[in-house]
Ligand binder design. Structure first.
Ligand SMILES: Nc1ncnc2c1ncn2[C@@H]1O[C@H](COP(=O)(O)OP(=O)(O)O)[C@@H](O)[C@H]1O
Ligand SMILES: [Mg+2]
Length: 339
C-alpha cells in the first residue's frame, strides 16, 4: 500500500475572485503519522483542511488513497473527518453524538455500543459517567473531546484537526493530542493538525509545514520569515531588529521565505566565514526531542524572532547547549525558499 494518503499538485482555491487563499504546488500527507500545519492567523490553515476534507471546491489535482479524487468526493467524504475549532454537537446525549455517524453507516447495535465505549475511553471520558450525559452538561474541553470521539469512532482514513486545543483546558488539550497520536499509530489514520501548540507538534509530528499567504513550504520548512524583504544588489535581504540580517537569492516572489530546521548548522562558536552563508546569532530558548525522528529540535531567539534548527543526537554542539546558551545558526542563501 502506498504510504501516502494524499498527494497534492497545484491546489488552488479562492473564496472571491482575485488572490487565491490557497496556492499549493506540492504537498503529500502520510498515513499513520501526524502532519502539522503552522502559520499566522489568516494564512489558510482552515482553508487547507477544508479542501482536504473535500468540503470546499479547489482546482488542481488531489490523489487520495492512490487514485485521483476528482469525481469521488462524496465517497471520500465518508472516509475523512474534519474537527472544527468550535465543536459542534447534536442536542442529544454524549452516547447519541458518538453513535450518530455509526448509525448512518448501518453498524449493528452490539458493535456500535462497543465502538462508542472505546471511542469515549480514547479521549479520556469514562463511558459509564459520560455516555448518558446531555450535551449541555459538558465543559468546553469535554465537548471538544466528545466531538473528537465521534470522529475517532468512524475510524477515518484522514483525521483533520483544526486548532483542536485552542479553546480547551490544559488537561483536555493533552487528551485530544494523545488521542490524535493513537489514531495515527493504532489505526493508521493520516492525522493533520493545524495548531499554535508547536512544542507538542515538534515532539510528535513526522512533518511540520509552515504556511504563509495560502502557500506551504515544502520539505518541512517551517521557519517562515515574512515582511521586510528588499532587494540589495543581486540579493534579497531582510533585517532583524538588533542589526542582524538575512540574505537570500532572489526568487519568484518576495513576500516570505521558508527555511527547514534541517538546513541549519548549529555551533557554539562563531563559524569560519563562508561564502553565500547566513550566520545568525541567537540564544537557545528551548530544546525538544522529536520522537518521530529521534533528533533534537532547538528553538533560538534571534533578535526577538524564534528560529528552529534540528540537531542530531550525536551532534557535538548538543552536549554544550541548554536554554540560555549562545548559538550561531548557519545556512546557505539558497536554503531559503520563497513562498
Ligand atoms: N468563507 C470565507 N469567505 C471569504 N474569505 C474567507 C473565508 N474563509 C476564510 N477566508 C479568507 O481566507 C484566508 C485564509 O483563511 P483561513 O483558512 O481561515 O486561515 P487560518 O485558518 O490560517 O487562520 C483569509 O484571508 C480569510 O480572510
Ligand atoms: Mg483557522
Amino acid at each position: 500500500m502506498n504510504s501516502l494518503l494524499y498527494e497534492i499538485h497545484n491546489l488552488k482555491q479562492s473564496y472571491e475572485k482575485g488572490r487565491p487563499n490557497l496556492d499549493i504546488s506540492e504537498l503529500s500527507i502520510e498515513r499513520g503519522a501526524v502532519t502539522g500545519i503552522v502559520g499566522p492567523n489568516g494564512c489558510g490553515k482552515s482553508t487547507l483542511l477544508k479542501a482536504l476534507a473535500f468540503l470546499i471546491p479547489a482546482s488542481g489535482e488531489i490523489i487520495f488513497d492512490g487514485r485521483p479524487a476528482a469525481g469521488r468526493e462524496r465517497e471520500i467524504r465518508r472516509e475523512v473527518t474534519y474537527l472544527l475549532q468550535e465543536p459542534y454537537l447534536l442536542k442529544r446525549s454524549v452516547f447519541e453524538n458518538v453513535a450518530y455517524g455509526l448509525r448512518l453507516r448501518g453498524m449493528e447495535k452490539a458493535r456500535l455500543d462497543t465502538r462508542v465505549r472505546e471511542s469515549l475511553e480514547a479521549v479520556g471520558l469514562a463511558p459509564g459517567e459520560f455516555a448518558p450525559r446531555p450535551w449541555y452538561r459538558l465543559s468546553g474541553g469535554e465537548a471538544q473531546r466528545v466531538a473528537l470521539a465521534a470522529r475517532l469512532a468512524l475510524r477515518p482514513k484522514a483525521l483533520l484537526l483544526d486548532e483542536p486545543t485552542a479553546n480547551v483546558d490544559e488537561a483536555s488539550a493533552q487528551l485530544v493530542m494523545e488521542a490524535a497520536v493513537r489514531a495515527a499509530r493504532e489505526h493508521g489514520a493520516a492525522v493533520v493538525v493545524s495548531t499554535h501548540d508547536t512544542a507538542w507538534l515538534y515532539e510528535t509530528a513526522s512533518k511540520v509545514a509552515g504556511m504563509y499567504g495560502g502557500r506551504i513550504a515544502g520539505g518541512g520548512a517551517e521557519n517562515v520569515f515574512r515582511g521586510g524583504w528588499t532587494r540589495c544588489g543581486g540579493l534579497m535581504t531582510r533585517p532583524f531588529p538588533g542589526g542582524q540580517a538575512l540574505f537570500a537569492w532572489p526568487g519568484p516572489s518576495a513576500r516570505a521565505a521558508a527555511l527547514s530546521p534541517s538546513d541549519i548548522t548549529v555551533s557554539t562558536e562563531i563559524p569560519p566565514r563562508a561564502e553565500d552563508t547566513n550566520v545568525l546569532r541567537g540564544v537557545v530558548s528551548q530544546l525538544t526531542l522529536e520522537r518521530a525522528t529521534g533528533r533534537v529540535l532547538l528553538s533560538a531567539d534571534v533578535s526577538g524572532c524564534s528560529v528552529k534548527a534540528r540537531l542530531s543526537a550525536g551532534d557535538a554542539a548538543l552536549s554544550a547547549l541548554s536554554p540560555g546558551s549562545e548559538v550561531f545558526l548557519s545556512f546557505s542563501y539558497s536554503a531559503l525558499r520563497w513562498l
